[in-house]
Design a protein around this ligand. Structure first.
Ligand code: CA
Ligand code: CA
Ligand code: CA
Length: 120
């Protein structure tokens, strides 16, 4: 009986995710620079993740958006939800703004600056 309990405990330990600090980071190769390709891939993944009903449109509720004004600005065709293209356009604008030295990559410093200046 004791053995079974130990095995069960072992199995539970294995079930705990092994990776710590699991990244939402777009820096897929972990070199400290986010290229536009990495950024686009991450944007796509993020959009897909948020589109919970899979209807190809991201509603404000699905995205958990807190700022209706910003949402409306991104919703360029004004239908109340963001298509993948609208979402990508909004993200691309952020990328261009964050890439302050315009080398096509977001360094950690640039990322930090962009996050810090982001108002909620
Ligand atoms: Ca949706
Ligand atoms: Ca729209
Ligand atoms: Ca840069």
């Amino acid at each position: 009986m004791k053995y079974a309990a130990l095995l069960a405990a072992g199995a539970m330990a294995l079930a705990v995710p092994a990776f710590a600090g699991g990244g939402k980071s777009a820096d897929a190769d972990g070199n400290g620079q986010i290229t536009k390709a990495e950024f686009d891939a991450s944007t796509q993944a993020e959009w897909t993740k948020h589109d919970k009903d899979g209807n190809g449109q991201l509603s404000m509720a699905e995205a958990g958006a807190k700022d209706p004004a910003k949402w409306k600005a991104a919703d360029t065709n004004g239908d109340g939800s963001l298509s993948a293209a609208e979402f990508a356009a909004k993200k691309s604008a952020w990328f261009a703004k964050a890439d302050s030295n315009a080398d096509g990559m977001i360094s950690q410093a640039e990322q930090h600056t962009a996050m810090a200046s982001k108002s909620h």
